[in-house]
Design a protein around this ligand. Structure first.
Ligand code: PAF
Length: 280
């Protein structure tokens, strides 16, 4: 496995591979890798000649400096996991390498960033758009793999790829879960034992809300029920629970019933911000 820390080394190596006709599958990450990330690498390996993983805790997408400071950094262990998974190339730049000068460009994703993550983390998707477009320019992948746990991120990146005519395919991949339903996330490692035991309530509430909607409850009723559920678990600080149209991510009112519905949630538990969703 090749590990590069600079843009130029990475570009030189990957250019040579592409000139010899090899296809590149790319998995951008912020490290602290878990089985969910490894499943993306496995899919990238299956569908391409070379798999490339980037590991970069991107400062421009954190609106909360404390959150950035506490984000787990485990490069050595990440590289061991990637090596074991058969990943061919790792790009692990420093913040200085990526942002020698802070970018002046600003993305505006319109409606896509006024709801949910965009509403509660102002500037977050601008930072994601900046770093992902920079990474796409460095790696020039044929396909890029993103987990659907970050449903809104996938929608934003799809829009960016379309608007800027990036010559690549975005492959959304299913959320991997622990045996008790908790969505795999790098943040889970920051949960205390007590918080970890409570965390599966997030998935329970998603399923409960889905069952209520399917049984004919309105989105207002289902939403109220979910909020009431969390009243029994004051350890959770619910940021949002949205019942949204999967395509537009706009909240579902009483008049529109979309082909596909997404229920999305963000909650703090013991100081750790967790997100999850289900689509049906
Ligand atoms: O999903 C993530 O880990 C990050 O948002 C990404 C796509 C690697 C950009 O920093």
């Amino acid at each position: 496995m090749q590990i590069f820390y600079t843009i130029s080394e990475t570009q030189n190596y990957l250019k040579t591979q592409q000139k010899s006709g090899k296809t590149l599958g790319f998995v951008p990450t912020m490290g602290a890798l878990h089985a969910g990330h490894i499943s993306l690498i496995e899919q990238a390996k299956k569908e391409n000649d070379i798999s490339v993983c980037s590991i970069f805790v991107n400062p421009t997408q954190f609106n909360n400096p404390e959150d950035l400071k506490k984000y787990p950094r485990t490069l050595e262990k990440d590289c061991e996991l990637l090596q074991a998974a058969g990943c061919e190339v790792v790009f692990a730049p420093s913040a200085e390498e990526m942002y020698h000068n802070l970018p002046k460009l600003k993305f505006d994703f319109g409606n896509l960033e006024t709801v949910m993550e965009g509403k509660f983390r102002p500037g977050h998707f601008n930072g994601v758009g900046i770093v992902v477009s920079k990474l796409f320019h460095v790696v020039k992948p044929d396909k890029a793999y993103f987990g659907l746990k970050d449903l809104q991120q996938v929608a934003v990146i799809r829009q960016m790829v379309y608007d800027l005519s990036f010559d690549l395919e975005i492959i959304p991949c299913p959320t991997l879960r622990e045996a008790d339903g908790l969505a795999m996330s790098s943040r889970n490692m920051r949960l205390s034992v007590e918080a970890r035991a409570l965390a599966p309530h997030i998935y329970k509430v998603l399923n409960l809300t889905k069952a209520q909607l399917q049984a004919g409850a309105s989105s207002v009723e289902a939403h109220a029920h979910a909020v009431a559920y969390f009243k029994n678990y004051p350890e959770f600080e619910l940021e949002y629970l949205e019942i949204a149209d999967f395509d537009t991510l706009m909240p579902i009112g009483q008049i529109n019933s979309p082909d596909k519905t997404a229920i999305c949630i963000a909650a703090f538990l013991g100081g750790v911000r967790l997100i999850d969703n289900i689509v049906f």
